[in-house]
Design a protein around this ligand. Structure first.
Ligand code: PLP
Length: 405
């Protein structure tokens, strides 16, 4: 008789965004005349840039012609895209990454969830708290997280690094040394970043303790401050301790188009000297059949002069929303952070409300949807996330409503 993988049965119940979806649906059903504005889910709203659309059309036409038709893509991704990535995302930043260290994928969600597969089942992970939920959940599915405590909402075998106002939403070195350290900057959900010097200290820590850093740089394009690294490979020694995850979702609006990549440097080896690059190549080649040619051509267009200019404009549009949210909330007396190097604004809930109480308060009294901080981990309790990914008009309207509360 078959049995399910009981690691899945240990996962905590409802998923954050489905709970939000249900609550919003119920509210709308009960109040059909209300205009509800969502600044909740981190999804883009601007259409794909013209340079990307042109490239998509061209690639589709190539697929209609026998001579230029393409079947399966190479496992690692097409060279034209990997070369554009190397040149623009790494060489331009003074970081050394080669094309054969880049693994093109369908996005950072799957990569951030899958990458744990190449590590030993007894490796201990450390995560920021609050955190993008995929890191912990996928390690839980792999049986690496121990026992879940419903009251504390913590797993027994996970090292949590609380990120709160007291420490500037930046993780501190844990007292117990982890094997795998997940870092995400600019951060989802807090919108926080750490300086390049602070990131260098994490790289030094990982090298010293023979730990690996899984560095999620999905929001890299939103960095506006000079002292924040765009890639972990700007730090000395990162090639021996860090894997980097990248996404085209937020820098170029590919949330529905799907494209990302992971960097696994050839210098990265485990305690026995096994190279992770070869291991990930094996895993990638076995379980993934390549991102579509058409989409990889669209990704290449992101790096064209026009593509860069157009996507920069979109990011500026969202960051203007971030400024409106941040300044609007601050003027209404809220304590706010983020929104400078990230499209996320993190606010402390007023009057001692819990994150979910504030969610209901905002939905019912301002008809605005955000994301309760506690959904990202216990240290997110008492906080709330708003995203800058809405339209300008909705963002302005939402803030007017919040100010009137
Ligand atoms: N990593 C972080 C931190 C994210 O916030 C997200 C999406 O919200 C992703 C990865 C997923 O990116 P993708 O759309 O490439 O799967």
């Amino acid at each position: 008789m078959f049995k399910v993988n009981d690691n899945y049965l240990k996962l905590p119940g409802s998923y954050l965004f489905s709970t939000i979806g249900r609550k919003v649906r119920e509210y709308k059903e009960a109040n059909p005349d209300k205009d509800v504005i969502s600044l909740g889910i981190g999804d883009v709203t601007q259409p794909l840039a013209p340079a990307i659309i042109d490239s998509l059309h061209k690639a589709v036409d190539e697929m209609a012609v026998k001579e230029t038709f393409r079947g399966y893509a190479p496992d690692l991704g097409y060279e034209f895209l990997r070369n554009a990535i190397v040149k623009n995302d790494f060489e331009a930043r003074g970081a050394k990454v080669t094309a054969d260290e880049i693994f093109v994928s369908d996005g950072a969600k799957s990569d951030s969830g899958n990458i744990q597969e190449i590590f030993s089942a007894d490796n201990k992970i450390a995560v920021c708290d609050p955190v993008y939920p995929v890191y912990v959940d996928t390690n839980a599915m792999a049986g690496r997280t121990g026992v879940y405590n419903k009251d504390t909402e913590l797993w027994s075998d996970v090292i949590y690094m609380p990120c709160k106002a007291e420490n500037g939403f930046a993780p501190e070195f844990p007292s117990e040394v982890p094997d795998i350290i997940y870092l995400c900057f600019p951060n989802n959900p807090t919108g926080a970043t750490i300086t390049k010097d602070a990131l260098q200290k994490w790289v030094d820590y990982a090298n010293e303790h023979k730990a690996v850093i899984i560095y999620d740089a999905a929001y890299e394009a939103y960095i506006s401050e000079d002292n924040v690294a765009h890639t972990i490979y700007e730090c000395e020694g990162a090639r021996t301790c860090a894997i980097e995850l990248r996404s085209f979702s937020k820098n170029a609006g590919f949330t529905g188009t799907r494209l990302g990549y992971t960097v696994v440097p050839k210098d990265l080896k485990d305690a026995d000297g096994t190279a992770l690059n070869a291991l990930w190549a094996r895993r990638h080649g076995t379980k993934f059949n390549g991102a579509p040619y058409i989409i990889q051509r669209a990704g290449e267009a992101v790096y064209s002069e026009e593509g860069k200019r157009q996507t920069r404009e979109q990011i500026a549009y969202y960051m203007n929303n971030a400024k409106i949210i941040k300044e609007g909330l601050a003027s209404a007396g809220y304590s706010v952070s983020g929104g400078v190097n990230a499209p996320y604004i993190w606010l402390a809930t007023p009057n001692g409300m819990t994150s979910w109480e504030f969610f209901d308060h905002l939905l019912e009294n301002a008809n605005v949807v955000g994301t309760p901080g506690s959904g990202f981990g216990p240290s997110g309790e008492g906080y709330f996330r708003l995203t800058a990914f809405g339209t300008y008009e909705n963002t302005v309207e939402a803030l007017e409503r919040i100010k009137r509360l």
